[in-house]
Write a protein that binds this ligand. Structure first.
Ligand code: GAL
Length: 418
């Protein structure tokens, strides 16, 4: 009896030792970065980590699906089930607050902000966007711009078209008509994930309303039945008429590749598309160009990507090292050059970045930054979902009034509509 008891104790302590050994010898990082440029950018961070910590195994638990449409539900199930990854990707604002901070799924990073000097190298407004009660919960890697209209310069020049510094929506429609008549597909889209067409809608909404009335949508001072919103929906519907026929079968990055090949010409998409164009070997200002999405000049529709520290992270110590490395200047520079975004840190070396990213830096510095609903920052997740459903319906039925009514009703139900 005594022998069996001792054997049991031995076995238990052996298991415990093994647990302790395993814990902090691996780290699980959860993202939706699986397109060519996204995966390469993430790998640059993992590589930087592994250079310093070669003995820690990094589990890359990324789930495909741009915008996180497939990853976020899986993450929620894991969080509710008490099996969190150590760290995961998220956006600032409503998503970080509503999905992770308020339910208590994340740990404050204030100690890291203090020890790493991050209060000096991130802007106070950015730190504010990722904080609750003065406790920051996210290390931000990058700032994306969502309201960029990309175009294939070579195809346009074959048709005698040159785009200047800006482009009005009416000129865009004139060019689209000309290209259509010549048998060229004017607009690019890959909306296997509805969020991608949502970007074109959100950009059109911003371009039509301007920043003040756009911001008013999220604080109740602009009604979703406002004539300007109806006009934006109508314009968005007109843009849909010029899309590539196979848009519903393509992902956002396949649509970027299509533009790169010259099989369609304009793409209203966040600058993660830039990462794909570069990866496809395109040269900026020669093969492709860009302007602000028509009407949205001077406004920066801002998408952030940052990483959390799970509450009770299985491997908290090594995860802190990973987060610390994400905050390093060179790591941010290397990541953003591949990803197509600008550093969240304010002291990155501008000269390392090409013309587009320098333009994006200036637009961000001099323009008005506004939050995105498609990427979860402006409004709660329920509204985001309702917008995606309404978009799916609109793409098929093209009912402007019903789209606006749905958004107005959902905004009220989410508690911010007027
Ligand atoms: C966004 C994310 C970007 C980009 C994009 C497409 O939500 O912030 O970094 O990856 O999705 O997947």
């Amino acid at each position: 009896m005594r022998f069996w008891y001792l054997l049991l104790i031995l076995l238990l302590s052996a298991c415990q030792t093994e647990d302790q050994t395993d814990s902090n010898h691996q780290i699980e990082i959860f993202t939706w970065w699986t397109s060519g440029s996204e995966a390469a950018a993430l790998q640059s961070v993992i590589d930087a980590y592994q250079t310093q910590y070669p003995d820690v195994k990094v589990i890359n638990a990324s789930i495909a699906g741009g915008g996180g449409s497939a990853a976020r539900p899986v993450l929620q199930t894991r969080l509710v089930g008490g099996i969190p990854p150590d760290t995961w990707q998220t956006h600032h604002g409503a998503e970080l607050m509503g999905q992770y901070i308020n339910p208590g799924f994340v740990t404050s990073m204030k100690d890291l902000y203090e020890s790493e000097g991050w209060y000096e190298v991130f802007s106070p407004s950015l730190i504010n966007m990722v904080s609750k009660d003065d406790e920051p919960y996210l290390i931000v890697l990058n700032l994306h711009r969502s309201n960029t209209l990309w175009f294939n310069k070579l195809v346009l020049s074959e048709h005698g078209i040159v785009i200047g510094e800006t482009l009005s929506i009416e000129t865009l429609f004139e060019i689209a008509e000309q290209l259509s008549r010549a048998g060229v597909t004017p607009m690019c889209m890959g909306d296997t994930g509805i969020w991608a067409t949502g970007i074109m809608f959100e950009n059109t909404l911003l371009g039509t309303l301007g920043p003040d009335r756009y911001l008013g949508l999220w604080n109740g001072s602009t009604h979703f039945m406002d004539p300007a919103v109806m006009q934006a929906i109508t314009t968005y519907g007109r843009l849909l008429d010029y899309l590539n026929n196979d848009h519903a079968a393509l992902s956002w990055d396949q649509a970027a590749d299509k533009m790169a090949r010259g099989d369609c010409v304009f793409y209203s998409m966040g600058d993660w598309a830039y990462g794909e164009f570069k990866r496809d070997g395109l040269v900026e200002n020669i093969d492709f160009g860009w302007v602000a999405h028509p009407g949205s000049e001077g406004t920066h529709l801002m998408v952030t990507d940052g990483f959390t520290l799970a509450k009770d992270a299985p491997n908290a110590d090594v995860t802190r090292d990973m987060l610390r490395i994400m905050g390093e200047r060179e790591v941010q520079e290397n990541f953003n050059l591949i990803k197509g975004s600008i550093c969240a840190r304010t002291d990155c070396d501008r000269s390392r970045f090409g013309p587009y990213l320098q333009w994006a830096m200036d637009e961000y510095a001099n323009g008005v930054a506004v939050p995105t609903v498609i990427h979860g920052s402006a409004a709660p997740a329920d509204f985001q979902q309702a917008l995606n459903d309404a978009l799916t319906d609109f793409v098929v039925r093209r009912d402007v009034a019903s789209f606006a009514e749905t958004l107005a009703r959902e905004a009220q139900m989410s508690g911010f509509g007027s």
